[in-house]
Design a binder for this molecule. Structure first.
Ligand SMILES: C[S@@+](CC[C@H](N)C(=O)[O-])C[C@H]1O[C@@H](n2cnc3c(N)ncnc32)[C@H](O)[C@@H]1O
Length: 289
């Protein structure tokens, strides 16, 4: 018997109160782990943010939500929680077909269970719409319930509309042909519908390369990193206004650029205002008129 199975058997033989202490100790250890953050902890943190923003700016539960650029790890985690806890319909839209179905299915089963724990009786009934047994076995399905599905492709190909809450985490900076994509998102949003986006405008190579800083990609004609559109805060806000949105929140993250950055900027960015230069992140909430 492996030492893990032995420890597990011993743990399961403990009185429940000791199992409870053990679970809490393990959970807090795992919560500091980067891989674990791709699952439960990150999902909880992001969902709390989206549900708070939706309720605050819509003044009610959303009826139909879109997780734009939902990612490959847990593409339905946010929309499924909106569905269970608020009864919303939802779509997770993701361009990248790479995917780990087994991991995503198990993660979704955990997420639904977490939501169920915090739910009222009506929400608990909605949790029963999910095929929890097969999700726990790692069996994925894109239309997980009649109201919740994953769409793999560019949002411009999504044949669905009437969304009243569209949200994204670290996506808008990766969107190519931004204006065209924003047009597609606008057309799929109900009048009065709310968008909430967290945008990371730093050069992403600075996370893993010591020779790059947050502004490096503004100093290179063809940066060799992951695709970023390099749009700055004022350009994103202007695009939103042009597409008929009222800006409700535009909360920047500011950082001090390196001293001689102006000299290094390529021509396309040489006219940037100091404001746009120092803004390395943005939380944007906007309402379609
Ligand atoms: C950095 S990932 C963020 C994923 C996820 N939101 C998260 O926080 O884990 C950005 C995602 O946006 C997706 N994306 C970019 N443009 C898109 C588009 N036009 N339609 C759908 N997805 C898009 C990319 O494929 C990518 O997976």
């Amino acid at each position: 018997m492996s030492s893990l199975s032995k420890v597990k058997d011993e743990a399961l033989a403990l009185p429940w109160i000791e199992q409870d202490h053990l679970m809490r100790a393990l959970r807090s250890k795992l919560e500091d782990d980067r891989q674990w953050r791709l699952g439960g902890v990150r999902i909880r943190e992001t969902y709390q943010k989206w549900s708070h923003l939706a309720l605050e700016h819509l003044g009610r539960s959303p009826s139909k939500v879109m997780d734009f650029g939902a990612g490959i790890y847990h593409p339905l985690a946010n929309v499924a929680q909106f569905n269970v806890l608020h009864g919303s319909e939802g779509v997770g839209v993701e361009l990248d077909p790479r995917f780990l179905p087994d991991r995503a299915a198990k993660c979704l089963a955990d997420t639904i269970f977490d939501a169920w724990l915090h739910a009222d009786p009506e929400a608990r009934l909605r949790a029963r719409d999910y095929p929890l047994d097969s999700l726990r076995q790692g069996e994925w399905t894109d239309r997980v319930t009649p109201k919740v599905s994953r769409f793999v492709g560019d949002v411009r190909q999504l044949d669905d509309s009437g969304f009243d809450f569209v949200f994204s985490q670290s996506v808008l900076e990766h969107v190519d042909e931004f204006d065209d994509v924003l047009k597609a998102l606008t057309e799929r949003t109900q009048p009065g519908g709310v968008h909430a986006h967290v945008i990371d405008m730093r050069d992403h190579r600075s996370y893993y390369r010591s020779d790059k800083h947050q502004w490096s990609f503004l100093c290179e004609e063809e940066p060799d990193g992951p695709f970023c559109n390099r749009l700055r805060s004022s350009q994103i806000i202007d695009a939103y206004k042009r597409h008929g949105f009222e800006i409700i929140v535009a909360r920047p993250q500011r950082e001090k650029p390196p001293k001689h950055i102006r000299r290094e900027l390529i021509e396309a960015f040489s006219d940037l205002s100091y404001r746009d230069l120092e803004r390395t992140g943005l939380r944007l909430v906007a309402r379609r008129r």
